[in-house]
Ligand binder design. Structure first.
Ligand SMILES: C[S@@+](CC[C@H](N)C(=O)[O-])C[C@H]1O[C@@H](n2cnc3c(N)ncnc32)[C@H](O)[C@@H]1O
Length: 486
């Protein structure tokens, strides 16, 4: 670890250990908003192919363009010979192993199984000195990751053991080269340390293990953000970070109530968050916020109050006008909504988009009766409708739903959150398409203000945003002062 600390000193970062958190990464100088704190290539990574992200991707850089399949294993794709060469040392071993597995079985291998196969191979190549190591890129850093083995329940442990046996079957290495217990523990490490690699619009592409970035702890009010530039993970300061401050990112969706966030963190990462948002749990403001985000609204459509249970836990009472909420009616609408959501998601997953639109619009109507206008559930329904209309290229309807999500995004995300920036960007692009040039300039400018901090300014994604904004500005000024022809 001394070697790692020396390497981090050069990056103005230090590692400390706190009793309640384990290892922590601290800033050894001030960082300004948008500045890169640390970037890292994955120790191992794997592309994901699933329902949400069905297309194949390059195994090295995650691109979806010009892909060619490996002709030997038929599992892995590359976008160029450069990427294929970069991955070759590892894939040549992986390829031999995968080629021996039954074809149907290979197709059903999950990304985490594939990632573990890669991790075992990488470790072997490192031992055999086929791979060079550095202070920030070696298996010792994987050994140092927390595994939470003592917190994992028995059922999960059995699953990890079965998965480790599957790795053994795939690799078919001599007993002396495989350690089932270590592999099972590594599965547990992946669960609380691996990161989902995303594109600039935060769509998932794959999974990667970044052992140095994995030292960064969580906060529900983070001062930094993790984004990806191809396969490279980049942590940027979202605000001014003074020297001596802990660098913190968010592990979970921070839009939810404190109870929801705490539950997600406990289940996957085995800790109780004590950040400045979480310590307010149970206080009046926190209860109010939870009721708005995830609770019910007043049944008087003119009142925008939210309901809380009375002290006997018998009735729901509007906190604004005092009207009693009808418990039976709430129960009925909730169960109807559950059924409707199941049907709607089935229509969507089987590609029946028109049917899905009708179903989600009915859900939206019911949710408007049941939930507060700032409800997360309502926001999710509108996001789904926005996505469907975008896919159908129905820009007007897409814009209608995009605009409706903005006030909720502004409420649930900090001013400089990438999801807020991306939603402004989407709104700006739709406004421009619909000829609302001045509004488009306003939305694209808001997008740029956020995304230049979270995504930097140099990536092709940001170049595109900058050029769109320039074009929109030019068009807006032309509309205001059209050239008079002679
Ligand atoms: C990705 S690791 C972060 C680095 C870790 N502290 C270490 O020692 O390697 C995630 C684990 O760190 C701990 N952790 C992260 N954020 C925390 C927080 N805000 N409070 C307490 N523990 C935290 C939890 O044990 C969690 O499972």
């Amino acid at each position: 670890m001394e070697e790692l600390q020396n390497a981090l000193n050069n990056k103005n970062l230090t590692i400390s250990t706190l009793l309640e958190k384990g290892r922590c990464l601290f800033a050894a100088r001030d960082f300004s908003p948008g500045e890169v704190i640390i970037s890292e290539n994955p120790y191992v990574s794997v592309s994901n192919k699933n329902k949400e992200s069905p297309e194949s991707k390059c195994e090295w850089c995650f691109s979806s363009n010009n892909l060619k399949k490996c002709s030997a294993c038929h599992v892995v794709w590359y976008c160029s010979s450069k990427c294929q060469r970069s991955d070759w040392k590892l894939h040549s071993v992986e390829c031999k192993a995968l080629s021996k597995v039954d074809k149907e079985r290979v197709k059903s291998l999950t990304p985490s199984i594939r990632l573990m196969v890669r991790l075992c191979i990488q470790r072997k190549l490192e031992n055999e000195k086929i791979y060079p190591t550095s202070a920030m890129d070696n298996y010792k850093l994987v050994e140092a990751l927390v595994s939470h083995m003592s917190d994992v329940d028995e059922k999960q442990m059995v699953l990890y053991a079965q998965m480790a046996n599957l790795i053994n079957l795939i690799l078919q290495w001599p007993d002396s080269e495989i350690n089932i217990k270590e592999i099972a523990e590594n599965f547990s490490k992946l669960a609380c340390n691996a990161h989902t690699v995303c594109d600039s619009e935060l769509r998932p592409l794959g999974t990667g293990l970044y052992p140095v970035i994995s030292i960064i702890n969580h906060s529900c009010l983070p001062n930094s953000v993790l984004v990806f530039e191809g396969r490279m993970a980049v942590v940027r300061a979202m605000q001014h970070i003074p020297k001596g401050t802990e660098v913190l990112i968010s592990y979970v969706e921070i839009a939810g109530s404190t109870v929801t966030r705490q539950k997600a963190l406990k289940e996957q990462y085995f800790f109780t968050c004590a950040c400045s948002r979480c310590i307010k749990m149970g206080q009046v403001d926190d209860i109010k916020e939870s009721a708005i985000l995830e609770g019910y609204r007043c049944k008087d459509s003119q009142c925008d109050g939210f309901l809380l249970r009375d002290s006997d836990d018998r009735e729901f009472i509007c906190q604004q006008c005092g009207l009693l909420g009808d418990k039976e009616e709430i129960k009925y609408i909730t169960s109807e909504l559950q059924l409707m959501s199941e049907k709607a998601s089935m229509s969507l997953s089987s590609g029946r988009k028109t049917e899905a639109i009708v179903a989600y619009k009915t859900i939206e109507e019911f949710q408007l009766k049941l939930y507060h206008p700032f409800s997360i559930n309502l926001m999710r329904t509108r996001e789904t409708l926005l996505k469907i209309f975008m896919e159908l290229q129905d820009w007007e309807e897409a814009f209608k739903y995009c605009r409706l999500t903005i006030p909720i995004y502004e409420r649930v995300y900090p001013k400089c959150h990438p999801l807020l920036g991306l939603q402004y960007y989407m709104c700006g692009k739709l406004e421009w398409l619909l000829g609302e040039t001045e509004q488009a300039v306003r939305s694209l400018t808001k997008a740029l203000d956020v995304l230049r901090i979270t995504h930097g300014t140099k990536t092709p994604f940001m170049m595109e945003l900058l050029s769109k904004l320039d074009e929109a500005r030019a068009e807006a000024s032309y509309k205001l002062h059209p050239q008079i022809e002679d």
